[in-house]
Design a protein around this ligand. Structure first.
Ligand code: FAD
Length: 378
């Protein structure tokens, strides 16, 4: 009898997980990867779409290209999860598993911020990035705010990157001197675990006359007055709003009983839930690390090692390292990198590598290696 492994969500975590399982166990397993979409998009590609560097079609990686021994992909919407029975219902069938791995990512709660969609724009979904791209093309002049509505949110450096890329975009259109840019984030520093990264970003904001407002969230937008209301009651008039919506677990996960304090409760080092054979990976797992693809991959690696060791009856769990490298767009075609480590020391650390064109090549290579490993494409 082959072990039935059900992986919910073909994102950073799910894709890495089935790749490792297939590489190690091939068709000795019966693994099913489920996603509601027919394609994957890297988070950072949403910035490329927003600022017109790539089209939405160019950043889609179709799941039909996944060819891995022991793995089948099903395009389905997961409608219920029963962790006790390791049983999952989709819009088409009910599936049972020996190992159930939940990696459905973080959803957006647009309604939590009144006025965000009617009075502003978000750039965290492909649809939002595409709409914003079109709005940006016609933006004539005025005050643009890049604002975060709540924490935690995916890829903590992304709002800073958006502000710097917006600067370049407005310079490119020859209207920067008729615009102001303000960045509002809920942290004291742009990248809290790395003082050096934060210092470099704050210097980049100052050079470009980007106003930086730390420690604040955008609570609401009043579209009729074109005013953003912050969580301390301060009001900021805007002509263009680029928002990061509040994040939440997908509602199907919320209904599964796996959620405590907003996210799925796991052992941060093994990703085990309290149900035997049931794991949570990636953004929805409450590990204490940021919501980012590199950390999602780390959780997948750990779960893969456990499943492989159990099936082979040899080897052992590789603990989730809680470490990874994040690339940061600094504008002008240059990319910086921060190597973040959440678990090794008494507090999180982040080693900064200054922005350069060489690191842009590294970032491109990061994407290319995943495309090859997961989809077999260049
Ligand atoms: C603007 C932006 C920039 C970013 N930049 C970076 C970066 O430079 N580096 C980095 O490491 N990370 C970056 N990220 C973060 C990164 O994209 C996420 O942290 C990562 O994708 C999380 O992986 P995951 O597997 O947990 O979830 P996801 O990749 O979000 O995958 C979850 C999958 O579950 C599917 N799903 C959800 N609900 C259902 C359902 N009910 N039924 C079926 N399928 C469902 C979704 O369709 C999705 O494919 C960025 C994110 C954004 C938005």
């Amino acid at each position: 009898m082959k072990n039935r492994i059900l992986v919910l969500g073909a994102g950073f975590a799910g894709l890495e997980l089935v790749t490792l399982l297939s590489d190690a166990l091939g068709d000795t397993i019966d693994a099913t990867l489920i996603d509601q979409s027919d394609h994957f998009v890297f988070g950072f590609s949403k910035l490329d779409v927003t600022f017109g560097k790539k089209t939405p079609d160019a950043v889609k990686l179709p799941y039909r290209n996944i060819v891995k021994p022991g793995v089948r992909f099903l395009q389905r919407t997961v409608t219920s999860i029963d962790p006790e029975a390791r049983r999952v219902t989709t819009d088409q069938e009910t599936l049972e598993a020996d190992y159930l791995i939940v990696g459905l990512g973080a959803d957006y709660d647009y309604d939590a911020t009144p006025g965000l969609i009617t009075g502003g724009n978000e750039f965290y979904s492909v649809a939002g990035a595409t709409r914003l791209r079109d709005v940006l093309t016609g933006f004539p002049s005025g005050h643009a705010i890049v604002g975060v509505c709540d924490a935690p949110f995916k890829c903590p450096p992304a709002p800073s990157e958006a502000a710097l890329m917006l600067h370049d975009h407005l310079v490119g259109r020859g209207i920067r001197d008729r615009c102001e840019i303000t960045l509002v984030i809920p942290f004291g520093k742009p990248v809290p675990p790395s003082p050096d990264t934060s210092t470099a970003l704050i210097a980049a904001f100052a050079e470009r006359k980007i106003t930086f407002i730390p420690d604040r969230k955008v609570k609401a937008l009043d579209g009729s007055r074109r005013t953003a209301i912050l969580d301390d009651g301060a009001e900021l008039p805007y002509d263009l709003f680029l928002g990061v919506p509040k994040h939440r677990v997908p509602s199907v996960v919320e209904a599964s009983g796996m959620v405590e304090n907003g996210w799925v409760a796991v052992n941060p080092r093994t990703l085990e839930t309290k149900w035997p054979g049931v794991f949570a990976v990636g953004d929805l797992a409450n590990t204490g690390t940021p919501k980012a693809g590199v950390f999602a991959e780390g959780t997948a690696r750990s779960v893969a090692s456990t499943v492989i060791a159990e099936i082979r009856g040899a080897g052992r769990t590789e603990p989730n390292a809680g470490a990874g490298s994040c690339y940061i767009e600094f504008g002008g075609g240059r990319v910086g990198r921060v190597d973040v480590d959440f678990f090794s020391g008494p507090k999180p650390t982040g080693v900064f590598h200054g922005a350069s064109t060489e690191l842009r090549a590294d970032k491109d290579n990061f994407g290319a290696t995943r495309r090859r490993r997961w989809f077999g494409t260049a």
